[in-house]
Design a protein around this ligand. Sequence first.
Ligand code: FES
Ligand SMILES: [Fe+2]
Length: 463
Amino acid sequence: MPSIRARFIVLTVTVSVAAAANDTLFKIPLFEVGEIYMKRVVNSGLMDEMPNYMNLYSPTFYIILTVLSVAGYILYGLIFRPIDRVRFLSDVGYRPDGRFSKKEIANSVMKRRVVGNIPPVYPNGWFGVMESWKLKNEPVYVSVLGEQLVVFRGDKGEVHVLDAYCPHMGANLGVGGRVVGDCIECPFHGWKFRGHDGKCVQVPYSEKVPDFAKVKSWTSVEINGWVHIWYHAEGIEPTWKLPELEEISNGRWQYKGRTEHYINAHIEEIPENGADVAHLKQVHEPFMAAGTDLTTMWSKYFSWGQHKWKASWHQMSSPDEHVGCMTVFHDLKFFGISLPLVKVKVNAMQIGPGVVYLTIDGSIFKGAWLHYLTPVEPLVQKLVHNLYMHWTVPNIVAKFFMLTEAIQIERDIMIWNNKKFEAKPVFTRTMEDSLIARHRRWYQQFYSEHSPRLKFQKDTLDW
Ligand code: FES
Ligand SMILES: [Fe+2]
């Protein structure tokens, strides 16, 4: 989607070209064109039928026109434009106290919080690096999983992901580097590195290229509108694949918007939520209009609306043991009466440590949320949701789904941002707690001997 600046430039250029054409080709100054138009309208007698405020010479007319244009633009955005809700680390998930800014509160909570005896910080598996539409002709510098990467598209359209730092003198290939054919050219001295294996193929001022001049090339795949990389602490190549969603590839489901959140927690806390059926009532029952603040969402003014949930979780068996499945039934009740339109079943397929496909199966509404969770730093997670729905679903309906989901996630974020990772939870002998215990055992498959830990932790395998 063109930015506001791009649209402004296009508009300015169009008006300037029109004015110049009138002026030079037809020798009519622009204001004269306007005057001719005004006279035609006035002479047509149209104005006599118009109420006073429609008088083209009256300032009131232009004020009303401006207000209507702005309102029309806002309404257009509301109804037709896909949602793009971005919330940074201090935007949500902390309790404001009126004396400090959101950033100050976030910083102080982060400093004071007990981290707990956390598992390794970067699990093994496929992770979303960036959305495909953000990758144009320029290389993009991305920092994920504690790695500094450059992502670029070669001349044949294929995506490459390399380590960002040039082995010559350490320049960042993602900042000022240029794509040349299948290669990326370093912005500092022009060394060229091949996309598919990271090998240096040209040094502009030397006939010979050192054999060992190369950067790490990451195994990547582009599907479902995302660029993914395979991360494995032991250097093992992919042991499973991410499935492609056919409805997205063939266009039956269309892109309806995105949300992006930053969370201050260990990565495992987020997928664990999928097996935590007991928190659904406690955190997600209050009506979405009651907001994201856990301390105020139980307001009696919104008690007439309630989200009702039923859920279960299980892990798949071999060869899909890397997949966990949550099934959720959602029902929205107003004054105790169900709204059939938003009664949906959601199948959440957690594929590895950081990707979830949540398929929406409603009576009318079908589609999927793609959920991408990627650590940016050991305890900072980037969570992006893309919503795809059947092409017949109006954007305004899709927005409602997206907003419901975003508000519910932001309530979870308030829990995650403030909690510690409890390595030895006190569990009851109930189905609810046993599911969480099972999820923890299931998630351990994504850690291995050399999985990175937080620096201050001793290097043991006691997770
Ligand atoms: S630092 Fe990259 S070519 Fe010199
Ligand atoms: Fe939740």
